[in-house]
Design a protein around this ligand. Structure first.
Ligand SMILES: Nc1ncnc2c1ncn2[C@@H]1O[C@H](COP(=O)(O)OP(=O)(O)OP(=O)(O)O)[C@@H](O)[C@H]1O
Ligand SMILES: [Mg+2]
Length: 290
């Protein structure tokens, strides 16, 4: 669901980038940390003319998009435009939806994930997903993280090391290292979301899909998840659906804007926010519709 957009409405001026926001100027600082590749980028996902129908209703109308490796890529657009649907096509989560038909290609690391012989379990290991609402299993913190490696056949003796590494990578280890046997449900919402990230990391993915991962979190927990996503891009490709324009501007290298099942515009976040090519993009990111 959409967050309150009024909190995150950027206002364009002709002043330097960091002055673009009327309400939260300091939020957006494309300083030295936000680096853009100076050499040709390697794409990890290449989507060509992807169409999707739920029964008779067409939710994606021919999406073509390249997603580079080791970046944070945001998907933005008004509610119902197809962001989650598109995100789910990247690891075939829509396969589980009855009457869902897909046409087109999604190439991940050189192979079309919709080819008949693709092992979907292996695909979802390589392309992990973190949902809007943290969904830990009703078991211990340790078992939540160990679950994936265990079902993928990792020997029991290796599990503690994998769990510790994943929890450290998800910036949760220090908070839970003395209570690994406690129920995951005893954690706070923000901790549960980091646990779900640790659970995803534990199976060693290449790409992580996040569908509005912060929309149920307070600003401090949101900050932690955002920091984490930016850190993780050094080892993974991070794709995040967000309704929060400031979040997209803060954390993502690239942004794609969707509207009514179409991809209106995609490119480097800095360019899209500063100089959108399409008036509909400008209207959306300045809060004039959506
Ligand atoms: N399982 C489903 N069965 C039928 N229609 C669906 C299903 N999931 C989504 N849709 C429809 O597909 C369209 C795109 O939905 P989607 O959830 O991808 O939008 P969204 O951009 O993620 O919206 P939001 O920002 O509200 O999460 C909508 O019209 C929605 O009603
Ligand atoms: Mg959605």
């Amino acid at each position: 669901m959409a967050e309150n957009l009024s909190e995150s409405v950027p206002v364009f001026t002709d002043s330097p980038l960091k002055k673009r926001y009327r309400t939260a100027e300091s939020f957006v600082d494309f300083g030295p940390e936000q680096k853009f590749p100076s050499r040709p980028v390697e794409n990890t996902i290449t989507v060509s003319d992807l169409k999707l129908w739920y029964g008779p209703v067409q939710a994606l109308k021919g999406i073509t998009l390249n997603i580079p490796k080791n970046c944070v890529y945001s998907f933005i657009g008004p509610s119902g435009c197809g962001k989650s649907t598109f995100l789910r096509t990247l690891n075939r989560m829509n396969d589980m939806v009855p009457n869902c038909k897909i046409d087109g290609e999604v190439i991940v690391d050189g192979a079309n994930i919709y080819d008949k012989d693709v092992d979907v379990v292996d695909l979802r290991k390589r392309v992990g997903m973190v949902f809007q609402k943290a969904n830990p299993f009703p078991m211990s913190i340790f078992e939540n993280v160990a679950y994936g490696p265990r079902i993928h056949g990792v020997p029991k003796k290796d599990l503690p090391g994998i769990v510790e590494h994943a929890l450290k990578r998800a910036a949760l280890w220090d908070e839970v290292k003395d209570r690994l046997k406690s129920s995951a449900l005893s954690l706070s919402g923000g901790q549960q979301q980091r646990l779900c990230i640790a659970r995803t990391l534990a199976v060693d993915p290449e790409i992580i899909l996040f569908d509005e991962p912060c929309s149920a979190l307070d600003p401090i927990s949101t900050g932690k998840i955002e920091e984490l996503m930016m850190e993780l891009k050094s080892d993974y490709t991070i794709i995040v659906v967000t309704h929060n324009m400031q979040q997209a501007a803060r954390i993502s290298d690239y942004t794609a804007f969707f509207l009514s099942g179409d991809l209106v515009e995609a490119g480097e976040t800095i360019h899209m926010f500063e100089n959108p090519k399409d008036t509909r993009t400008e209207e959306y990111i300045t809060g004039r519709f959506g």
